[in-house]
Design a protein around this ligand. Structure first.
Ligand code: DGJ
Length: 715
C-alpha cells in the first residue's frame, strides 16, 4: 500500500498509511490531539471507529493517562511526564489545546495547528510519511504569536518552554513491555541491553552536549515476546546531535508512552514574540512481524534511502595513522605508511591528529589549523600529492569545535569558548569547546576549513570532537539567552558540515567524537561514515558493532585492524580474526605497518583483496544477525544478503572453542528456498532450503580465535 494521509472529517481522525503499518490520531471535539493507533495496517474506517488511547472510566485520582495525547502537555489533570511544559509571562503553566486547522504542504506531510485560547502560543504537530518506507517522522513547532510593538501586549512577553519534546508516542496496551537500548562509555559504546521495562518513569538521556558515549537516542520496544526473527516491535530515534532525553512511562493499566526530545532536564527554550522553535524530528518505525532483525533491516533501508548523503557509494578501504604515529606525524613517517598502505590495496589514506599548530601532544595547538612547520616545512601539499600519486584519496583529521588554551586562536579570542563569568573553565583533555552558536565563530571555522580542503586537495575529513560541554554559557549572547547554545551549537555544527559539503561536493566526512560519542540520524544525514569506537579490540568490536547496527547501516560503520597487544585492552588476537571482525563493516587499517612482518603484510593484502570481493554485500546488502556476540566460547555470526538474493557473505567468529568441538551447522536466513548457491571457498553447492534448514558447515580451523568468511553465489 503506498504511503498516504487520509482524514475522516466526521470523527476528526487522521490515518497515516505506510507500506505496511498504520498510525492514527484524532483531533477530538475539545480540540485535543488524541492518539489512536500505531501498529499494523488498519483502514480509515477501522481507526475512525476505535476509541482514542487511554479512553475509558478512570478515577478522579488517576488523571488523564500519558498515552492519550499526541504531545503530552503540562496542566489540568495530567500527572505524567510532560513533553511540552511552558510558562507564560504571568506564571501560568498549563497549556490548553484549541484546534486551529491543518495543512498538507507537501505530499505525505501533515501539519496540525493548535493555539492556546488565551496566550499567544501556536503549537504545530508535524507528521511525514514516505512512499517507500515504514518510517514516520514527527516534530513540533512552537510559535510565539504575540506582537512585541503593542504597548498593552502582555502576550508580547517571552514564553519559556521548560520542556519542548518533539513528540509523545504511545504503544498499544500490552501486559508486558521490554526496552531495548544502547548503553556505553568511552571505548565501550553501543552495547545493546534488553530489559523488562519497569513501572513508573524511565529516563534515557545525554547531558554532554553531544549524543554521547553513554546512551543512544533511540529505543526498541516489544511486548517481551519478540525474537530476532519473529514478533512485533516498535522503535523510535531522535535525529539530534546534542543533549537529549527520552522519558518512558509505564503504568500498571498496560499503558506505555514515551516522550523524545532535544535537550536534557536543565535545558529551556525562550521564545520572543514572532519566534518559532522547531524541534528535531523523531523517526518512528513499527514492524508488524519479523522481530528485531526485520526492524534493523527496515531502519537500514530507510536511512540508506532517505538519510545518507551518498548511499550508493561504496566506502573505500581506509588507512588511519592514529595508532601508528600518534601525535608524532611527520612527512617522512606518513609517506612511509602511505606507501605500505597502498601496497595492501588501501584506497584512502588519512593522517590523524598532530599535523597542525604547536600540536606535539594534547596540550596545545587545537584551533591553529595550519601545518606544523617542524613536520611539514612545505605544508601538506607534498604529502597530499604523494598519497594521490599512490592512487589513494587523501584525508585529514580535524577537530573544528575545539581549542587548546595554549593556541594562537585562544590567545586572540578567549571569549569564543563556552564559559560562565566568575567560574573556572573546566579543561578536559586540555581543551575547551568553541561556541559554534556564535556567527563569528562559525564564519571563522568555515573559512579555515574550506581553505584547508581547497589548498591541500583534501578528499576526506575525519571530524572529531573530544570532550563534552562544561560551563555551557554564552555571557554576551545579544538577547541574554545563553541557553540557546544547547540547540544552536548543534545547529552550527550541522550547518557548517552542510556548507562545507556544498562548497566541496567531492569531500567526504567521517563523524567521530572520541569514537562513537556523537552519532544519530542527523549525523548520518551529513557524513559518510562513523568512527564508532576507539576500542579496536576485534572481539569487543563485535559487541559494539552489534549494538551500532541495530539501527545504523553497516555502510557507515568504520572498523580498523590495529596492532597487538591492543592499545585499549592489551589482548592479542590473530591478524585474520582482526581482519574478519573489521571486514564485517567498512574496513580500515590502523596498525603501524612499518612493524608488520612481510608475511603479515602479505596476509593483509590477501584479506583486503578478499574484502573487496564481498564489500558490496557488507555495505549494501541486508544484515541478518545469525548469532549475537555472547561469551568468548560462543559463535558469533552475521550474514549479508544481496537485495536480489543473488549472493550472500557469511562471517563467523569463535574465539575459544570448547572441548575442541566444531560448532553446529549455521542456519542461514532470507535465502529463497528453491535457489542454489555455490560456496566459493569449498566449491560445494547447497540449496537455499538446505542452508536454511540444515545450515552451513563452517569448517572453522581447530584453534583459538577461529574465524571465517563464506561467499555464496547463486547459480
Ligand atoms: C579520538 C579519536 O577517536 C581517535 O581515533 C583519534 O582521532 C584521536 N581522537 C586523536 O586525537
Amino acid at each position: 500500500m503506498p504511503a498516504a494521509l487520509s482524514h475522516d472529517a466526521t470523527t476528526g481522525t487522521w490515518l497515516l498509511t505506510t507500506p505496511s503499518t498504520s498510525y492514527a490520531l484524532r483531533v477530538d471535539g475539545q480540540g485535543v490531539p488524541r492518539h489512536v493507533h500505531w501498529g499494523g495496517p488498519l483502514t480509515l474506517a477501522d481507526v475512525a471507529s476505535l476509541p482514542p488511547a487511554g479512553a475509558g472510566p478512570r478515577s478522579s485520582f488517576d488523571g488523564r493517562p500519558a498515552t492519550s495525547e499526541e504531545l503530552t502537555v503540562d496542566g489540568a489533570d495530567r500527572y505524567g511526564p510532560p513533553a511540552l511544559r511552558v510558562r507564560f509571562a504571568d506564571g501560568t503553566r498549563a497549556l490548553t489545546w484549541q484546534a486551529d486547522g491543518h495543512e498538507q504542504p507537501a505530499p505525505g506531510t501533515l501539519l496540525l495547528h493548535f493555539r492556546d485560547p488565551h496566550y499567544p502560543l501556536r503549537t504545530t504537530l508535524g507528521y511525514r510519511v514516505h512512499p517507500d518506507t515504514d518510517v514516520i517522522e514527527r516534530w513540533t513547532e512552537l510559535t510565539h504569536t504575540g506582537i512585541a510593538s503593542d504597548p498593552d501586549d502582555t502576550p508580547g512577553d517571552d514564553i519559556l518552554a521548560l520542556r519542548a519534546d518533539s513528540a509523545t508516542l504511545s504503544l498499544p496496551p500490552r501486559e508486558d513491555y521490554r526496552l531495548g537500548h544502547a548503553v556505553g562509555q568511552w571505548a565501550a559504546e553501543t552495547q545493546l541491553r534488553r530489559t523488562s521495562l519497569p513501572y513508573g518513569e524511565t529516563v534515557l538521556t545525554s547531558r554532554t552536549g553531544t549524543t554521547s558515549h553513554r546512551a543512544q537516542p533511540w529505543t526498541i520496544l516489544d511486548a517481551g515476546d519478540a525474537t530476532e526473527e519473529h514478533g512485533q516491535v516498535w522503535s523510535a530515534a531522535l535525529a539530534w546531535s546534542g543533549s537529549w532525553q527520552i522519558t518512558l512511562q509505564r503504568a500498571p493499566d498496560n499503558q506505555l508512552s514515551l516522550n523524545l526530545g532535544a535537550g536534557h532536564d536543565a535545558v529551556t527554550v525562550t521564545l520572543r514574540p514572532g519566534e518559532t522553535h522547531t524541534t528535531p524530528p523523531v523517526l518512528l518505525l513499527h514492524v508488524a512481524e519479523g522481530g528485531f532483525g526485520a526492524l534493523s533491516r527496515a531502519w537500514h533501508r530507510h536511512l540508506r534511502a532517505q538519510v545518507l548523503p551518498h548511499p550508493q557509494e561504496t566506502r573505500p578501504v581506509l588507512y588511519n595513522s592514529w595508532e601508528a604515529t600518534g601525535f608524532g606525524v611527520t612527512l617522512d613517517n606518513q609517506r612511509q605508511l602511505a606507501s605500505l598502505a597502498a601496497g595492501l590495496g588501501v584506497e584512502l589514506f588519512v593522517m590523524d591528529d598532530g599535523w597542525f599548530g604547536a600540536r606535539r601532544d594534547d596540550h596545545a595547538g587545537l584551533g591553529d589549523w595550519t601545518p606544523y612547520p617542524g613536520a611539514f616545512p612545505d605544508g601538506l601539499r607534498p604529502l597530499a600529492d604523494e598519497v594521490h600519486r599512490l592512487g589513494m584519496a587523501f584525508g585529514l583529521w580535524v577537530e573544528p569545535e575545539m581549542v587548546n588554551p595554549d593556541s594562537d586562536l585562544y590567545r586572540a579570542h578567549p571569549d569564543w569558548v563556552l564559559h560562565f563569568p566568575h567560574r573556572p573553565r573546566t579543561e578536559l583533555r586540555h581543551q575547551l569547546v568553541l561556541n559554534f552558536a556564535r556567527p563569528d565563530v562559525a564564519a571563522w571555522a568555515f573559512d579555515r576549513l574550506t581553505r584547508l580542503v581547497a589548498d591541500n586537495d583534501v578528499d576526506y575529513l575525519k571530524w572529531d570532537m573530544n570532550r563534552p560541554f562544561s560551563e555551557a554559557g554564552w555571557p554576551d549572547e545579544p538577547s541574554g539567552r545563553g541557553d540557546r547554545l544547547w540547540f544552536d551549537h548543534v545547529r552550527g555544527y550541522h550547518t557548517l558540515v552542510d556548507r562545507l559539503r556544498a562548497a566541496h561536493p567531492r569531500l567526504r566526512i567521517e563523524a567521530c567524537s572520541g569514537g562513537g560519542g556523537r552519532v544519530d540520524p542527523a549525523v548520518l544525514a551529513r557524513t559518510d561514515q562513523v568512527w564508532i569506537s576507539d576500542n579496536t579490540d576485534a572481539a569487543d568490536r563485535l559487541v559494539i558493532q552489534h549494538g551500532y547496527a541495530q539501527l545504523y547501516p553497516v555502510r557507515t560503520m568504520a572498523a580498523w585492524v590495529t596492532d597487538v597487544p591492543n592499545q585499549q585492552t592489551g589482548r592479542s588476537i590473530p591478524l585474520r580474526f582482526r581482519f574478519h571482525s573489521a571486514m564485517s563493516g567498512v574496513l580500515g587499517i590502523g596498525g603501524d605497518l612499518t612493524r608488520w612482518r612481510p608475511q603479515e603484510l602479505k596476509e593483509a593484502e590477501q584479506l583486503v583483496a578478499e574484502y573487496k570481493t564481498v564489500r558490496h554485500l557488507v555495505q549494501h546488502g541486508e544484515l541478518f544477525r545469525l548469532r549475537p556476540p555472547g561469551d568468548l566460547q560462543s559463535l558469533t555470526a552475521v550474514q549479508y544478503l544481496a537485495p536480489d538474493a543473488a549472493e550472500a557473505a557469511v562471517f563467523a567468529w569463535l574465539p575459544q572453542p570448547r572441548f575442541g568441538l566444531a560448532p553446529a551447522p549455521l542456519r542461514l536466513a532470507g535465502l529463497p528456498r528453491d535457489a542454489h548457491y555455490r560456496d566459493l571457498r569449498s566449491g560445494r553447492v547447497h540449496s537455499g532450503a538446505a542452508l536454511r534448514e540444515r545450515g552451513l558447515d563452517l569448517d572453522l580451523p581447530h584453534e583459538d580465535w577461529a574465524s571465517t568468511v563464506v561467499h555464496l553465489v547463486r547459480i
